[in-house]
Design a protein around this ligand. Structure first.
Ligand code: TRP
Length: 326
């Protein structure tokens, strides 16, 4: 059985792109793999030294993951800071990470540009902390987007270097995983090809029906087709891409044909799409509200996750200390 590990920084609510691009696959994968899903709250300190609402953001991700169907008994759902073993491994990996390679990391260079007054060592060693997250469970597969691939490459470098330094074959090489044929990329409502929180074009799973309606009715469209079966502009492809995920095949077919024979009315399509997105989000949203109001249950889930993650992390740390010679 392969070990899959995914980390998410607690920076906001999940949107449809997160759901179809990752979380839906996590729910599916958890039954066939040894899965670790964790919330990277230590990492937040590299940019936010006073994490004012960090606890609230951590709770929100826990709630949303649970509402989407991650089963805390099957998978291991935990919070990074609940597993201090990660920090010990981070220290060991830092002894073997070179200034030059850390400085060359693209995400570090970006951060130096973004926060020139806070170029702290945590930023520089962001990749070794991430490597510790991954290697503490000796993960095989790490679902990540393009922006994280360099960090994963560095994790492989650190793993191999550790093995070589101590003459062992202990750490495996974790591979980036993009879900292969299950990868679904949800576009934005503004004609861009990616839905994201930073681009302000997202529909959140927690959005109220009226908010969803407003966002979809405002989605970008063109003047409409003038020739049968004509090529579609990106913003229209986008509406159909979302519709394909949330609407029935019949509905999709209906509007697809309407586009191709030039009878489509975008207003009708958007109204239908809005109702189907609302219908899709409704049960998730209801579960979110229910779970969020049950702090006792959440505490219990967090404890179960910490215990399971501990067991795996302690084993690694014990073995690593022995290999190094402590
Ligand atoms: N750096 C990741 C991001 O910004 C979050 C993260 C931290 C992570 N540790 C990880 C992802 C370990 C995968 C594995 O998205």
């Amino acid at each position: 059985m392969e070990t899959v590990l995914s980390g998410i920084r607690p920076t906001g609510n999940l949107h449809l792109g997160n759901y179809f691009g990752a979380v839906k696959n996590f729910v599916k994968m958890q039954h066939e793999n040894r899965c670790f899903f964790f919330i990277a709250d230590y990492h937040s300190l590299t940019t936010h030294p006073h994490p004012d609402n960090l606890q609230q953001s951590v709770k929100q991700i826990l709630v949303e993951y649970l509402a989407c169907g991650i089963d805390p008994q099957t998978a291991t759902l935990y919070v990074q800071s609940d597993i201090p073993e990660t920090v010990e491994l981070y220290l060991f990996l830092n002894m073997n990470a070179y200034l030059g390679e850390l400085e060359r990391c693209a995400s570090f260079k970006d951060k130096v540009r973004q926060q020139p007054n806070n170029v702290n060592a945590g930023l520089l060693t962001y990749p070794t902390l991430m490597a510790a997250d991954i290697l503490i469970h000796n993960a095989d597969k790490v679902p990540v987007g393009k922006d994280q691939e360099q960090h994963l490459e560095m994790t492989r470098t650190f793993a191999n270097r550790f093995n070589k330094t101590y003459g062992v074959n202990y750490f495996k090489e974790p591979k980036a995983y993009n879900f292969n044929q299950d990868l679904i990329k949800i576009p934005g409502l503004d004609g861009s090809t990616k839905m994201g929180k930073s681009t302000g074009n997202a529909i959140y799973l927690i959005d109220e029906p009226e908010v969803i309606r407003k966002k979809i009715m405002k989605a970008k469209t063109d003047m409409g087709p003038t020739m049968e079966n004509q090529q579609r502009p990106q913003e229209i492809i986008n509406l159909f891409t979302i519709m394909e995920q949330v609407s029935s095949p019949d509905t999709f077919q209906y509007f697809n044909d309407a586009y191709n024979n030039c009878s489509i009315r975008y207003g009708d399509m958007k109204k239908q799409l809005a109702e189907d997105v609302i219908h899709f989000c409704e049960p998730i949203r209801a579960r979110m509200l229910e779970i969020a109001s049950n702090n006792e249950y959440l505490q219990k889930i967090r404890k179960i996750g910490a215990e399971k993650a501990h067991e795996s992390a302690q084993k690694t740390i014990r073995e690593v200390r022995k290999i190094i010679g402590f």
